[in-house]
Design a protein around this ligand. Structure first.
Ligand code: MN
Length: 414
């Protein structure tokens, strides 16, 4: 009883529906330790920079974030086999009148704030790097970063190696805390989809569904979209990355909604295709069931050891074969050619997260997103779920959002 009163009180106060998932500092420390264990050289990573008067929301570079959890601009990370150092810019009093105070190496609490035992001011980078290179031949960095050019100039004749594969190897398998973070982004995204379903009606514009989705994810405390929402109705449903969302929707059409939140730096990625008027036409339902069947076939085969794509009986091939062996287009031809993209991709800090060659392993999180897009009929169907590979199979993290056609229609009727 008390619980009920308390819950009521929380609601009255506008308590958030979702609790944020944060990853503890120790986990970042462990990630760095793991990376250093296999490091045959020195790694230098540059965090994203920010110039004066740039007032868009700062987003840290994903690999830098993965290893540090640090979300302030202009930082650098140096890793060697036996140490990890975070370099921070000095306080800039003028800048801080605009941006607020940023932690700096000279702060007394900087170790606790950053989770690093060694935090130095940025100008010590060169001497520390010189020192590290006395004992290590190779220098790893991310090639396309703004700092990479300066680094190359500093190293003069020494070549740098790509740090990406070493970090990707760790990033592909998600920790329990990361899985919880992706689940959180997924749960919020599901609420966003549900909110659009409640509102969906003929005569509404695509951007209005996008607005409703946006409201739901920001209300839940998430900081960004995982990608710009795709709301494609009628002919737009056949355009894979349609995102202008300007069209008026009508009865007798489907709308593809590919939309997801990013919360605490972790993304989700969900697509549903729903009938604007509340009921699928016979043809829409036929195609819908083929896409759903293809997704189920791929899901049933998702487990450690399976491969997404490449040679052999991959998940991609299983889905494609299913589509090719069910239904026909208006000319009596197979439907496989209308499945015009890959079956899925890893999801994590990035919505298209790092890939690492090889079969699936427990702890990986991927999407399964088959689709059929027939411009001639003005019908595009995509169904996309976020899936965790488990020890024995797979768990659909976005299972709470209906996808059986009857269930979708029922949800729309409410
Ligand atoms: Mn996707």
């Amino acid at each position: 009883m008390r619980g009920i009163i308390f819950a009521g009180l929380l609601c009255a106060l506008g308590a958030p529906l979702f609790q944020a998932q944060t990853i503890p500092q120790d986990e970042y420390r462990e990630r760095r330790a793991k990376l250093r264990n296999s490091l045959d050289g020195t790694m230098v990573l540059f965090g994203r920079t920010v110039g004066q008067d740039e007032v868009f929301g700062f987003v840290q570079e994903s690999n830098f974030y993965y290893l540090t959890g640090w979300t302030q601009p202009n930082a650098v990370l140096l890793l060697t086999r036996d140490q990890d150092i975070l370099f921070l810019p000095h306080h800039d009093v003028r800048m801080e009148t605009f941006t607020g105070k940023h932690p700096s190496a000279e702060d007394s609490d900087v170790k606790a704030v950053t989770g690093f035992d060694q935090v130095m001011s940025i100008e010590k980078l060169e001497s520390q790097l010189t020192h590290a290179m006395e004992t290590s031949e190779k220098v790893y960095t991310l090639p396309r970063q703004p700092g990479a050019e300066k680094l190359n100039a500093f190293l003069s004749l020494r070549e740098t190696s790509d740090a990406q594969p070493l970090i990707a190897k760790l990033r592909v398998k998600k920790s329990p805390a990361e899985i919880a973070a992706i689940q959180h982004a997924t749960d919020v995204s599901i609420e966003g989809h549900r909110a659009t379903w409640k509102r969906l009606a003929a005569g509404l514009y695509e951007y209005q569904l996008s607005a409703t989705f946006t409201d739901a994810i920001f209300e839940a405390g998430c900081e960004r979209y995982a990608y710009s929402p795709i709301v494609g109705s009628g002919p737009n449903s056949t355009v894979l990355h349609y995102s202008s969302n300007r069209r008026r929707m009508d009865r007798g059409e489907v709308v593809v909604m590919d939309a997801a939140a990013e919360c605490n730096y972790y993304a989700s990625d969900i697509t549903r295709t729903v009938p604007v008027g509340g009921r699928f036409s016979a043809r829409e339902r036929e195609l819908y069931e083929i896409v759903l069947g293809a997704q189920k076939a791929a899901l049933a085969a998702t487990k450690p050891g399976a491969r997404m794509s490449g040679e052999g009986n991959t998940l991609n091939k299983i889905a494609r074969d299913y589509i090719d062996s069910h239904g026909k287009d208006l000319h009596g031809e197979k439907l496989g050619k209308y499945f015009t993209h890959g079956l899925g991709h890893p999801v994590g800090i990035d919505v298209h997260d790092v890939n690492y060659p090889g079969p699936l392993e427990a702890g990986m999180v991927i999407t399964l997103e088959p689709g059929i897009y027939i411009p001639e009929e003005g019908i595009g169907i995509r169904i996309e779920d976020v899936v965790l590979v488990t020890e024995n199979g797979a768990r659909v993290l976005s299972a709470a959002l209906p996808k059986e056609p009857d269930e979708v229609e029922k949800a729309l009727a409410r």
